[in-house]
Design a protein around this ligand. Structure first.
Ligand code: C2E
Ligand code: CA
Ligand code: CA
Length: 635
């Protein structure tokens, strides 16, 4: 077609040229010739046009064919994507009927294509009812929403629930008329489970599966709100297993974990499903008893828990018995918020422990005033060292055979303006709690050794000095070093020092205590087991450790005349200890009868008011210089 104007121009030029030629030669035939040439030109033009049109039709046919193939290819391509994509895809009619479903969706739901085709989308997939679906579809059609997206659960053919993300969008044609809906569905069950596990971990104790502190806090704030609204009471029980650490150290930590799991289960079974059991860590548990109408009910539950825990627990083939102590606070009487309720339940727990364990105690207001007093006392104690309020009293030990004073025990005293003269039983445990015991004990060791050196210099060179030790000192790690330094500082032989420790102290942390004791023995320091007979340490250990001295607890000595059992135990201990080559010392000897009994039984040494009460350093010096014959002491 583009060449047509060119032909016309060529024909016109031909006509013009021939006309001009013939006008010069024969003008009459010019017209005829011109017409012929024009006709010929026109014919030529028409013929060429016809040919070109024929060619175009053929080309169009070819092009159409190619387009169709391309479309088919594309359709196949899209079908492949539709079928093989991992996302579930479905095409819906405008009323929500399923028109097409891909393989992934069928597999996801466990239905065949035939099961789903023709049914309405809300029936098997959409979690809500038809009305809701209609509203969603309408919003898309009315352009109020471009895309509907929701996380929901739906059920597979076999009844299993899965979590899905569902996306619904509308397809419009060239004229912008709604044609179909496209649904994309993704199975997010695994992701949901992982999220669920993470959430569980954030709110549960991994060992026992019980709630942890986070969950407990959440629960209490929730029930506080509801209890305030409905004026209901609830109880908070604070539990701490008795001597769990000892058991854990004895049976090993894995078995200890199993034990905690059994306890957790027993606690869980002791309360209703609306109550809460949480583990705060270690051997500490908290129970929340909801909807409490009577205090007696809480007391019954607490007793039930004590009884349940007391039953034997089989762990790795061993039968283990454990007890627990419980402190209880009640909402609304003992606190209006979690912090106060927890604090008061803890105070009550402390009282339960003091009461000899394996019991429960309700919080009382006096507990708070006692706690306050304790805090004041601790404050005063904290300044005692700097104010020089501590001093030592000394009590001698006498060898029965020779009636010689062999050694002296240093006993701590505290004199304060407000509190007067305080005995160590009260203050040692307080000082242990605050950590103050460390500097105080260092002071005791130094002062006692300094005093011993003075007595040695006065000529009492065979005297030994016994110093009581607390658990905290043993945990410190530098104790042996400290002892060694002090002995060097005062130029004393290591044998002149005796370290007194109780069986209870050893049992608290046997592994570490024994390590420190071995190190002290290596130094040459003597070891005495104090208050012997009140703990559970086996006699076999005495030999293994090569203990130097055993101090039979004064509770046995006190009863030795009046009570046959105490007499029998004392005799047995003396006999056994002597046999092991260990020095037996009876403490708390107050009377002549006790004194004679101990001589008869072959006890090595005695200590007690029968010889003298603990004395100040000056009085002790005087006593050493002029000891009274025992027969002359007042009984
Ligand atoms: P303990 O080591 O068993 O000390 C003996 C206790 O019995 C002393 O009480 C002493 O005064 C008392 N006593 C002595 N003779 C008799 C007697 O014939 N009859 C009676 N009924 N009691 C007698 P104290 O001085 O009140 O000490 C009590 C406990 O405090 C000591 O028991 C010891 O466990 C601890 N303690 C004392 N001083 C220290 C110290 O410097 N450091 C540490 N960690 N604990 C100490
Ligand atoms: Ca002692
Ligand atoms: Ca003692």
């Amino acid at each position: 077609m583009k060449r047509t104007p060119l032909l016309i121009i060529v024909s016109m030029i031909l006509v013009l040229v021939t006309n001009s030629l013939f006008l010069l030669i024969k003008p009459e035939i010019t017209l005829v010739l011109s017409l012929t040439v024009v006709s010929l030109g026109l014919a030529l033009i028409l013929a060429q046009q016809a040919m070109q049109e024929k060619k175009s039709v053929a080309r169009l046919a070819l092009e159409k064919q190619a387009t169709e193939v391309k479309l088919q290819e594309q359709e196949g391509f899209f079908k492949t994507i539709f079928d093989y994509t991992h996302t579930g895809v479905a095409i819906l009619q405008l009323d929500g009927t399923l028109l097409k479903i891909n393989k992934a969706l069928c597999e996801m739901l466990g239905y065949s294509e035939a099961d789903l085709l023709g049914i309405n989308f809300y029936q098997y997939i959409y979690s809500e009812d038809q009305e809701k679906l209609d509203a969603v579809l309408r919003q898309l059609i009315e352009r109020k929403n471009k895309l509907y997206q929701a996380e929901q659960q739906c059920f597979q053919k076999n009844g299993d629930a899965i979590w899905i993300i569902l996306r619904l969008s509308l397809v419009r044609d060239n004229q912008d008329k709604p044609v179909n809906f496209i649904v994309q569905i993704q199975n997010i069950t695994l992701q949901k489970k992982a999220e669920e596990r993470l959430r569980h971990m954030a709110y549960h104790d991994p060992l026992t599966g019980l709630a942890n502190r986070n969950k407990l806090e959440q629960f209490i704030s929730h029930i506080l709100a509801s209890a305030r609204r409905h004026q209901q009471g609830f109880a908070l029980l604070f539990l701490d297993l008795d001597s769990f650490k000892n058991i854990n150290d004895t049976i090993g930590h894995d078995a200890g974990d199993l034990l905690l799991q059994v306890i957790a289960e027993r606690l869980h079974n002791s309360v209703r499903s609306t109550d809460m059991v949480a583990r705060l860590g270690g051997d500490e548990f908290v129970l929340v008893i909801t909807d409490v109408k009577k205090t007696e009910v809480v007391a019954l539950i607490a007793q039930k828990i004590l009884d349940n825990i007391l039953k034997a627990i089989m762990v790795t083939g061993q039968e283990i018995y454990i007890t627990t102590s419980i402190g209880i606070s009640l909402y609304p009487f003992d606190g209006q918020n979690m912090q106060t309720l927890m604090k008061n339940a803890d105070l009550a727990l402390y009282r339960a422990k003091e009461h000899g364990r394996n019991n429960y105690q309700f919080y009382t207001v006096e507990m708070t005033s006692r706690a306050r007093e304790k805090m004041d006392l601790q404050n005063a104690l904290a300044h005692a060292l700097a104010k020089n309020e501590f001093f030592l009293h000394y009590q001698p030990k006498m060898e029965l055979k020779t009636q010689r004073i062999t050694g002296i025990e240093a006993l701590l005293r505290w004199k304060n303006k407000e509190y007067g003269m305080t005995t160590p039983d009260e203050i040692i445990s307080l000082a242990e709690e605050t950590g103050l015991i460390i500097p105080v004990s260092a002071w005791i060791l130094r002062t006692a050794c300094k005093q011993l050196k003075q007595w040695h210099q006065m000529g009492f060179t065979s005297l030994t000095m016994a110093v009581n030790c607390s658990a905290r000192q043993f945990k410190q790690g530098t104790f042996t070093e400290e002892v060694s330094q002090v002995m060097t500082q005062f130029d004393l032989p290591a044998r002149a020092l005796e370290i007194e420790i109780t069986e209870t102290l050893i049992m608290q942390d046997p592994e570490n205590t024994l390590r420190v004791l071995y190190a002290l023995k290596d130094l040459g320091v003597q070891i005495a087991i104090d208050d012997f007979g009140t703990g559970y340490w086996s006699l076999g250990n005495l030999r293994r450790l090569s203990v130097d001295k055993i101090k039979i607890d004064k509770s046995f000595i006190k009863q030795v005349i009046a009570d046959e059992t105490s007499a029998a135990i004392t005799s047995a201990i003396i006999a056994m200890v002597n046999k092991l080559g260990i020095i037996s010392i009876a403490e708390g000897v107050e009377t002549k009868e006790q004194y004679h009994f101990l001589i008869r039984e072959g006890c090595t040494e005695i200590q007690g008011y029968y010889i003298t009460q603990p004395l100040s350093d000056e009085m002790m010096t005087a006593f050493l210089q002029h000891p009274l014959p025992v027969s002359e002491t007042v009984t």
